[in-house]
Design a binder for this molecule. Structure first.
Ligand SMILES: C=CC1=C(C)c2cc3[nH]c(cc4nc(cc5[nH]c(cc1n2)c(C)c5CCC(=O)O)C(CCC(=O)O)=C4C)c(C)c3C=C
Ligand SMILES: [Fe+2]
Ligand SMILES: [Fe+2]
Length: 346
């Protein structure tokens, strides 16, 4: 039997700094997240970052935590239920980091009789630190614990027409009721080095973003920046946004390496100082609202904007458990099932 495993990032078990430290240790020790040699990662993560960050992050988590738990987990569970309601095969949920492990998620599907599983990373744009780390970890778990299970990976889905339609409509609905001057598309950042490492053409990426707009380059399939830039372009086209009224930025940088630019926080500050009074932010790299949208953007971002004279700051919710988004995921599953039926007939 076939089954589906939705996979998101994961959250700490609670806002207790001990739980946050455990989660951050697993997350930041992933070589596809902090991609330096293991000895350097141990020094950086366990010797430096984990001394101070867990306390700071625990405070931030406490500001956004819900009675039912982490917003990211709760919203992912609601999405899983919606997708399940549209399909007649089992739909599971797992997280790359934290207690809802990939192994448990696969085990639950196997216990229901699944021998073929389609994994769907809940990230619209490919990145080494998101889609790739899930794919690699799933392969390791399958080889070690479930060698009889066949896995089908799912590529990042930001170019799907149905996804762009749903994302655009979710933004359009909000904009209808808002008077705004600038719409900021803020994506999670990654170090520039990650983009170079994922460049399958070995050196075509110019890092200034211009290469991202070239038609048909084979590097685009694994270029996070390209996929973010194109998400903005495609939504802007769908909604008929006027040039100059929207832009793309990157948030959440950590450490001292250069990350993708322009940075969201500095852009909010610069625009506020330049006289923009009404700003709307949308965060299309995140499928579920989480610490990075609810705290970093909706709280910190708003504070920066107001400090420099901005007046109205609105944040558009992620797609979360919208019915039309659950349908996009269900469509992806149905396409996979149809391909197999067609292959069997042929
Ligand atoms: C080098 C560090 C990091 C990289 C690279 C990175 C990439 C990346 N992350 C997301 C999505 C999410 N990240 C979240 C939290 C978060 N991210 C980092 C670091 C990197 N992320 C840290 C240390 C944290 C934890 C919180 C903190 O201490 O600031 C979350 C939210 C999780 C939650 O529980 O709510 C998401 C989602 C993407 C999409 C991405 C690359 C494209
Ligand atoms: Fe992150
Ligand atoms: Fe590029």
């Amino acid at each position: 039997m076939k089954g589906v495993l939705l996979v998101n990032l994961g959250s700490p078990d609670s806002t207790d700094p001990k739980d946050v430290k455990k989660y951050l240790d697993e997350f930041l020790m992933d070589p596809r997240v902090i991609d330096v040699p293991r000895w350097a990662r141990i020094l950086l993560v366990r010797g430096i970052i984990l001394n101070t960050r867990p306390k700071q992050s625990a405070k931030a988590y406490a500001k956004i935590w819900w009675e039912e738990g982490s917003p990211l987990i709760v919203l992912s569970e609601r999405l899983q239920k919606k997708v399940q309601s549209k399909l007649n095969i089992p739909v599971g949920l797992a997280m790359r980091y934290g207690s809802m492990t990939l192994k448990k998620g696969i085990q639950e599907l196997v216990d229901q009789g699944c021998t073929e599983i389609k994994t769907i990373p809940l990230y619209p744009q490919f990145a080494m630190a998101t889609t790739e780390t899930i794919d690699v970890k799933v392969d390791e778990i399958i080889a070690e614990h479930f060698p009889h299970v066949k896995i089908t990976r799912t590529a990042a889905f930001s170019k799907r027409e149905d996804y762009i339609k749903v994302l655009s409509e979710s933004i359009g609905e909000r904009l209808e009721n808002l008077d705004y001057e600038h719409l900021l598309f803020s994506y999670h950042g990654v170090p520039e080095r990650h983009i170079r490492k994922s460049d399958v053409t070995n050196g075509n990426c110019k890092m200034d973003g211009k290469c991202c707009f070239k038609k048909g380059s084979e590097q685009h399939e694994f270029c996070y920046r390209h996929q973010c830039e194109m998400t903005t372009v495609n939504v802007a086209k769908f909604l008929g946004l006027k040039n100059g009224t929207y832009s793309t930025t990157f948030q959440s940088r950590l450490g001292f390496d250069p990350w993708l630019q322009p940075y969201t926080d500095r852009t909010i500050e610069r625009m506020g100082k330049a006289g923009v009074k009404k700003m709307v932010v949308v965060t299309p790299a995140f499928v579920s609202d989480c610490l990075e949208t609810l705290e970093e953007i909706a709280m910190e971002g708003e504070e920066i904007f107001h400090e420099v004279g901005g007046k109205e700051f609105s944040v558009i919710p992620c797609l979360n458990d919208r019915d039309d988004f659950a349908q996009v995921l269900a469509n992806m599953v149905e396409e996979w099932r149809i391909v197999d039926v067609e292959t069997a007939i042929a």
